[in-house]
Design a binder for this molecule. Structure first.
Ligand SMILES: [Fe+2]
Ligand SMILES: [Fe+2]
Length: 405
């Protein structure tokens, strides 16, 4: 049922908003308002609605809820002791705020509260632990369901990425759950309608290049991975790798990253170090993110052996790095820099096609061209948006810049 899916989608966004923002922040308040509306719609359609999260399975009422893909929040909620959520009576904004606040707090702590199903205060929402008895005998909901079309609104996702970067700059943790949540939201934005969309972000909406760039590379990497026939889990891990590929830039002083004009050799060396630093950073925080670490390390390597960093032993890059490399260059060239305008879509595509077999893996280039052919019609932002006249902040990523200057 679409109202149930919408409640879960809004709930995930609101929990992310509560993790990042203090009370009163407009993004957080807006997410809460959307959740309130979604819950009201659901209660009208299905009074007494009940969700059960059993590891990664979602049960709505007594039926498994299909059409959410592999929704990562079900397992997370379940792990912190919120295995069931029941909307048993009227729910107001305060009820929801307390519920989401508690959920976000549990997720931050990473563990369940001590008690069984609990009510934090008299409210129309009950939630807590459940037992499996009687819950796994329902019929499956009918097949062929699709998610309702979603607005391609990535403000919260962009702010989440910005928050992740700020945390790391301040010496904080890499918040993997939030990064995965962003990737899931991007996938929903891509596949929410009948046609696949490329929800690409341009600078007129987000003032920080690296944030928009990270989101775009994640979207492009997932679309390209799908085009190349990869399955859901791999697509998501490519999405996380795309999202985190430039994470090492959080270790580089912003005055170097934002320096307009030519870089000195020392500055260029420092900027090139974002590959090695990114890989280290990712592995320090989560050893399981080895693919993201490899991509962070290799994404500026060319297929013909050029680029950086230098390998001690001549070897090929991981396929994921070759894939992210093309997406990275596409988005960089489509973006305004102080020393050149954004290139039109067609010009960037020519550049990528000509680079097949030299800078880029030819198979990846072919798939990228096919993917763009398939998506351009549906993507209103791929072309021909010239973007703002004023130069945006510079990312300082010297490799692409020097190649085309
Ligand atoms: Fe990079
Ligand atoms: Fe990049």
């Amino acid at each position: 049922m679409n109202q149930a899916r919408e409640v879960l989608r809004c709930l995930a966004r609101t929990v992310s908003g509560f993790t990042i923002y203090a009370s009163g922040h407009p993004t957080r308040e807006r997410a809460l308002d959307e959740l309130l509306h979604a819950v009201a719609d659901l209660q009208e359609a299905a009074p007494g609605a009940t969700f059960t999260f059993l590891d990664d399975e979602i049960v709505f009422g007594v039926h498994p809820l299909r059409g959410m893909g592999e929704w990562p929040w079900a397992e997370r909620f379940s792990r912190v002791g919120v295995q069931r959520v029941e909307f048993v009576g009227p729910v107001d904004r305060d009820d929801l705020m307390h519920f989401v606040d508690d959920l976000a707090r549990r997720l931050r702590r990473g563990r369940a509260e001590s008690s069984e199903a609990r009510v934090t205060r008299p409210t129309g929402i009950r939630y807590g632990l459940v037992h499996r008895d009687g819950l796994d005998d329902g019929d499956e909901e009918g097949g062929g369901l699709h998610l309702a079309p979603v607005d391609v609104d990535l403000v919260l996702e962009a702010e989440t990425v910005r928050w992740l970067e700020t945390e790391l700059r301040g010496g904080g943790l890499l918040h993997l759950a939030e990064a995965e949540g962003v990737v899931f939201a991007l996938l929903q934005a891509m596949h929410g309608g009948r046609e696949m969309l490329l929800p690409l972000t341009r600078l007129k909406e987000f003032d920080q290049y690296t944030t928009a760039h990270s989101l775009n590379v994640s979207v492009l990497a997932m679309a390209l991975a799908e085009q190349m026939g990869l399955g859901g889990a791999q697509v998501r891990s490519f999405g996380v790798s795309g999202l985190l590929h430039d994470l090492g830039k959080t270790r580089i002083p912003t005055e170097v990253l934002n320096k307009p004009g030519a870089l000195s050799d020392a500055e260029r060396t420092l900027i090139h170090s974002h590959t090695v630093e990114g890989a280290k950073l990712i592995l320090e925080h989560d050893a399981d993110l080895d693919l993201a670490a490899i991509v962070a390390y290799e994404h500026h390597r060319r297929t013909d052996g050029g680029g950086y960093p230098t390998f001690r032993i001549d070897r090929r890059c991981h396929d994921a790095s070759d894939l992210v490399h093309v997406c990275d260059v596409y988005d960089a060239l489509r973006t305004h820099r102080p020393y050149r305008d954004a290139w039109p879509h067609a010009r960037v595509m020519n550049y990528i096609v000509e680079g097949g077999g030299g800078e880029f893996d030819p198979d990846v280039v072919r798939a990228f061209v096919d993917m763009m052919d398939r998506c351009t019609r549906a993507d209103t932002r791929v072309d021909p948006d010239p973007g703002p006249a004023a130069p945006p902040p510079v990312d300082g990523d010297g490799e692409v810049n020097s190649r085309i200057d």
